[in-house]
Design a binder for this molecule. Sequence first.
Ligand SMILES: [Zn+2]
Length: 178
Amino acid sequence: MGYDTRNPSFTFRFGEYRHGKLSKLAKLNKMPVVDFVRSKILDPFIDGDLVPKAKDDLILEMSKLKLEKIKAEIEYLKLKNRYMETFGTPLSSAATRILKPQLITTSQTSQITMSPYDAKNNIIQCCECSQLFRWENKDEFLKQKYEFELHMTNKHGRAFTYLEKTVLTDLSFSGASI
Ligand SMILES: [Zn+2]
């Protein structure tokens, strides 16, 4: 196999603007244009080291937001650990609610936009753990509404969402659960 076959030359024309741009970049790198194109663009591209430019600003923006979210979560964990180390006791659930970054993932959003009241069976169901709250009469109904609120604070460490609050405020006794 001859030298020319093993090392074929490659020729193409390039527009003035792009050529000018490449010449400038090559000059900055103190290289002849051809060497610059080969060693800084073509070789890295073929080796898979040249990262394609992000499709649009939105994708870039999303990555930035994801990074910020991760940073915020790390900060929160650090804070929790520091608190535990300093005071020898975990953060209270009230403090946790305030400090935890209020960044909601898709699955959490779908849970939170679910109503806790199941009208078909006339019961309250916790959107997070599916625990049921049933009643036979009005006294029990009022008690169970209160129990559900306590459940949310004690078991899930949070207050009602706007939807949960609205549903429960509007919910009045209409007979025993099924
Ligand atoms: Zn629950």
